[in-house]
Design a protein around this ligand. Structure first.
Ligand code: ZN
Length: 187
């Protein structure tokens, strides 16, 4: 997955939590009001998503349990220069019978791709960063992205779509990545 928008302004890039890490399974907490701390979290999500070339990212991936994810503006049907779309306290209100089947990546599973079957279309209701409730219906990759990010808020991850053998393989691979990263820090 590639970032489609340029990075602008002041950056606060936070480390994306990589599986296996219990924080990705933490129960998410509803956001009571869109206040300064929520706007700050939104900005951290934006900066971290663009830094990692993501199409979307959920707050749990920054180790924050609040119920929120964002989606890259062009994918969400907005102008590419628009800010990413925030989904606060999102709810999937409808999905199509028709399915799609393709490979899916996740910032919490670097360089891992898993074939995931999902509905072709999905509609999500959420509160925006302006505090207003809105609905967005997506098809194809946008539906996939909305459902993927929403899964994060329920603690569901890519490895939940694969068998135990493949899950073990992915775990070994990602633990190796983590080991080499901690070596770099020690060095
Ligand atoms: Zn993900």
């Amino acid at each position: 997955m590639q970032a489609l928008a340029p990075m602008v302004g002041h950056m606060t890039v936070r480390h994306v939590v990589v599986w296996p890490d219990d924080r990705l399974r933490a129960p998410s907490v509803a956001i009571a009001a869109v206040d300064d701390s929520v706007r700050e979290l939104y900005q951290d999500l934006v900066d971290s998503m663009y830094a990692e070339n993501g199409l979307g990212i959920a707050a749990l991936q920054l180790g924050d349990p609040r119920r929120m994810f964002i989606v890259e503006p062009r994918l969400a049907g907005r102008d590419p220069t628009d800010p990413p779309v925030a989904f606060i306290n999102p709810e999937v209100v409808w999905t199509s019978e028709e399915q799609q089947d393709s490979e899916e990546g996740c910032l919490s599973f670097p360089e891992i791709y898993v074939k995931v079957k999902r509905p072709m279309r999905a509609r999500v209701r959420a509160t925006g960063i302006d505090g207003q409730i809105f609905e967005l219906e997506g098809e194809g990759l946008l539906a996939r992205c909305l459902l993927h990010e929403n899964d994060h808020l329920t603690g569901k991850l890519l490895v939940d779509f694969v068998g135990p053998l493949k899950r073990q393989m992915i775990k070994k691979k990602l633990l190796r990545v983590k080991d080499s990263e901690s070596d770099e820090i020690e060095a």
